[in-house]
Design a protein around this ligand. Structure first.
Ligand code: THG
Length: 371
């Protein structure tokens, strides 16, 4: 790989200096920000996440704020999921689709107020899309990027840490629901969410000048549980089937192909973007589907986010999208986006760079028995 230049628009999160002090050794660009990718020891970070508690700088999960009398209407027009019954304090995982029903982003939509929503976005420019749609439809709504930066606390001990920090009321929060809190004068929204299946919370910091204070306070509160730094961990998230927009789907992928059909409501109003196409795709059945791939061999390979061809008898049947070494299965695993006629249990081959490696299609989440 040649050296990559760093664009001046790659912004630092309010937690950036703390992550450097903790030893962050790799970052990726995400929403024109730097997102920490690791702290030199991926296995230790995986163990901490799956057996203890980790804190993550996910400030790059930016919020697209919709505010005004038409904010709820705009949120609904953008999202192929029924938001009409959502109440203030509730979040929902949604697919934002284009007119062809392809996924543009998969944010969490948080209802902040009757006239205000946040879309907590993955890595694509939803602000641009939302502003354009609002203007074209003559809606009264202001679209902005507020000063909000999530800090995730994830792992089996996360609930104890966040309860110690904020109060026992957080134990009653339902998944994706949130409430307001203040620690040491630092304003937060506290949500039960996060990009792992280990359980946890996200502290949405709403004053970027207090990022380093919040990092220190969470670290101190988590010390009895041995909290340490971490990051969205490829092994854990692939084992458990969490999708990375841009990594496991592209702008030609629809929700039914990547197991997001359960988050699509076909009976939303006809003016929801993409819904006509989604109804048609749902009726016809998607051409591809997402299954697991377990590769043969127990030597760890480097993780990848480029797509590799998946073959049967030399013919391409789909792509292996993101892949990684699984600490749980002790195999190399990844997501397959393959023709709908290929099924769990089928043997496949994956063309990795200059080597063809045999593997098997499996269910998701991945299970040790399936290797
Ligand atoms: N937190 C916040 N913002 C985010 C993410 C996050 N923005 C970008 C990205 N992550 C959005 N993508 C996802 C993908 C999956 C989940 C959350 C965000 C997720 N899914 C569960 C699942 O699929 O099993 C639960 C879904 C459900 O039951 O509704 O958690 O992590 N702030």
């Amino acid at each position: 790989m040649p050296e990559l230049g760093i664009h001046s628009q790659l912004r630092r999160s309010p937690f950036y200096e703390a992550t450097i002090a903790e030893g962050a050794s790799a970052f990726i660009p995400y929403n024109e920000m730097l997102l920490p990718l690791g702290y030199t020891d991926p296995e230790a970070e995986y163990r901490r996440l799956t057996e203890g508690v980790a804190m993550w700088d996910v400030g790059a999960e930016r919020q697209v704020q919709l505010r005004g009398p038409d904010a709820s209407e705009l949120a609904q027009v953008l999202a192929a999921r029924d938001l009409s019954k959502a109440v203030v304090g509730q979040g929902k995982y949604v697919a934002l689709c284009d007119h062809a029903g392809s996924i543009l982003n998969d944010p969490i939509a948080l209802k902040i107020d009757d006239d205000c929503w946040w879309l907590s976005i993955a890595n694509s420019d939803v602000g641009l899309w939302a502003r354009c749609v609002a203007a074209e439809r003559g809606m009264q709504v202001e679209v902005s990027e507020p000063d909000v930066s999530p800090l995730a606390v994830q792992g089996p001990d996360a609930e104890d840490v966040v309860a110690a920090l904020i109060g026992d009321w957080v134990r009653d929060l339902r998944y994706f629901w949130f409430g307001d809190a203040e620690i040491d004068g630092i304003p937060l929204k506290v949500a039960r969410s996060g990009w792992s299946k280990q359980g946890g919370f996200e502290l949405y910091l709403t004053d970027g000048s207090r990022g380093l204070d919040l990092w220190r306070i969470v670290k101190e509160a988590g010390a009895p549980w041995d909290i340490g730094p971490g990051n969205p961990t490829p092994s854990e998230r692939i084992e458990n089937g969490l999708l990375s927009w841009g990594g496991d789907c592209d702008r030609q992928t629809n929700p039914f192909e990547v197991r997001l059909g359960r988050f699509v409501d076909l009976d939303v109003p006809d003016d929801v973007i993409g819904i006509q196409a989604l109804r048609r795709i749902s009726a016809e059945g998607p051409a591809r589907h997402q299954l697991g791939i377990v590769l043969e061999g127990d030597d760890p390979r480097p993780g990848h986010s480029v797509w590799f061809d998946v073959l049967v008898d030399g013919t391409k049947i789909g792509d292996m999208t993101n892949g990684t070494w699984s600490y749980k299965l002790e195999r190399n695993i990844g997501f397959g986006l393959v023709g709908a006629n290929h099924q769990i249990g089928d043997s496949v081959q994956v063309q990795l760079d200059d080597e063809i490696v045999p593997g098997k299609l499996t269910d998701i989440p991945f299970r040790v028995e399936d290797r």
